[in-house]
Design a protein around this ligand. Structure first.
Ligand code: ZN
Length: 230
C-alpha cells in the first residue's frame, strides 16, 4: 500500500467553498481568522473575499509549500508501511482501498480534512505549525478508516460522513483517537485525552469505558450510546 501525494489548485478552491463557512462556525470567526492569518497575513475577512484572494494566488502559494512538502513526504515514507499495517491490527478491519491519496492543500490551513465522496482522498496543509501535518495525515486517515469500518459493519451513517457533523461524526472524532493511541511508531507518542474536543468531553467519559481492545465491540456499544444522546 502507498500514499500518493498530489497538488490540485481546483480542489484547493473547492475546499474554501465547501468548508470555510463551516470552519468559521466551528472555530468562531476570531479564531478562524487568526489561524488563517498565521499563514496568510494579507488574507481578507469575508469568505467571498477570501475565495478571491486565494483564486488569484493559489499557484504561488502552492509553489511556496515545496520545502514543507518534501519534508512531510520523507517523514511519511519513514512510517508508511507501519501505519498501513498497524491500523487494521488495531481495528480488526482491512483498509478498503489499495492506495490512498493525499492532496497537499495550500488553502486548508486548519490542518486537514477527508473526502468520503472521493473514497480514498484526504487533504492536508503541509506547512502547518499549530499542528503536526504528519499527525494530521494519521488523523484524517483514521476518519476514512472509521467510516470504512462502519460500512463493513452495516451501520447506517446517512450523510454524516460527508458533512462532518452529527452523532456519528462526533463518535468518529473520538474513535480516531483510539486508533492513533494504538499506533507504535518511532518518535510518535499520542496522548489521547489531550485531543478530545471540548464539545465531546462529556460523551467521552462514558465512551472511553467501551474500549477494551476490541474495536468492533467498541463501535457497537458506542453507536448504541451515541444514538441515545439528544
Ligand atoms: Zn477529525
Amino acid at each position: 500500500m502507498k500514499m500518493i501525494f498530489f497538488t490540485d489548485e481546483k480542489l484547493d478552491l473547492y475546499l474554501i467553498d465547501k468548508f470555510f463557512g463551516r470552519a468559521m462556525e466551528v472555530f468562531g470567526k476570531e479564531k478562524f481568522l487568526s489561524l488563517l492569518r498565521m499563514y496568510y497575513p494579507d488574507s481578507p475577512e469575508n469568505v467571498n473575499e477570501i475565495r478571491k484572494f486565494f483564486e488569484g494566488n493559489v499557484k504561488e502559494f502552492t509553489r511556496k509549500m515545496d520545502k514543507d512538502i518534501e519534508k512531510l513526504k520523507s517523514r511519511w515514507l519513514a512510517v508508511e508501511k507501519e501505519f498501513f499495517d498497524q491500523v487494521p491490527k488495531i481495528t480488526g478491519f482491512d483498509w478498503k482501498f489499495k492506495d490512498y491519496k493525499c492532496h497537499l492543500s495550500s488553502t486548508f490551513v486548519f490542518g486537514g480534512c477527508y473526502h468520503c465522496d472521493l473514497g480514498n482522498v484526504i487533504s492536508i496543509f503541509p506547512s502547518a505549525k499549530h499542528a503536526d501535518p504528519l499527525e494530521t495525515i494519521f488523523h484524517e486517515m483514521g476518519h476514512l478508516h472509521f467510516w470504512e469500518v462502519l460500512e463493513k459493519m452495516g451501520i447506517e451513517t446517512g450523510n454524516q460522513k460527508f458533512v462532518a457533523e452529527g452523532k456519528l461524526w462526533d463518535l468518529s472524532e473520538m474513535s480516531v483517537g483510539i486508533i492513533l493511541q494504538g499506533l507504535k511508531l518511532q518518535e510518535y507518542n499520542y496522548i489521547l485525552e489531550s485531543h478530545i474536543y471540548p464539545q465531546h468531553r462529556n460523551s467521552w467519559k462514558k465512551i472511553k469505558n467501551f474500549w477494551k481492545g476490541d474495536f468492533k465491540e467498541f463501535i457497537l456499544k458506542s453507536v448504541a450510546f451515541m444514538e441515545k444522546q439528544s
